[in-house]
Write a protein that binds this ligand. Sequence first.
Ligand code: FES
Ligand code: FES
Length: 239
Amino acid sequence: MPDPLDVRPAAGPSDDAQEAGPAPALSRRGFIQSALAGAALNAAPRTVGAAAKPAVPAAAAPAPVPAAPPQPVRLNINGKDYQLALEPRVTLLDALRETIGLTGTKKGCDRGQCGACTVMLDGRRVNSCLTLAVMAEDRKIVTVEGLGAGNDALSPLQAAFIAHDAFQCGYCTPGQLCSATALLGELRAGAASAVTPDVRGRPALTDDEIRERMSGNICRCGAYPNIVRAIRIVAAGQA
Ligand code: FES
Ligand code: FES
């Protein structure tokens, strides 16, 4: 049976062919095979030229910068003074957790994106992972351990978070609580937010206001509806 890919021309008289003798016939199969082989050769890395080039020397690694020596730092945390010796590069978060042992403040992203490390500095919330400990000297630091009234008493927000099921795993909760505590202070002071419709008046306590003001605190468990409810109930009680 003839090969359907074999389309060699039918043999016939040809002056050139007769003079040069029988030429090898090029079938379609043969043409495709040689074309593929050529393409493969072109695609292969050209190592001959590359091997001839001298290797570029790698850039020398920068010399490590020696750590600055520890220096005395005095921190006031939850009403108590701590005299520490810290390298200037130590964050407030690491000082709290690693040096002092206040592990209620959590490390999530360590780059200012999740809010798990939120504490209050002079009543204002900050990401402690983005705050150097030396920057907090002589300021009043409040962590989740200091929100209650002492003797393990819960703050109204802590009690509301429990009563309204405002957490699941609880990892974000210390940051949520510090942030919400500062939020209540902002509302009492009449501070406007990005969603306050009329910045000339006192902001109304809407869920939009609470969501906007809590937007820096991420909850991977998605407990947001109950977090908003707990804050709204406490804020309404303080209004
Ligand atoms: S750990 Fe500080 S913002 Fe995430
Ligand atoms: S309760 Fe789990 S991350 Fe918020």
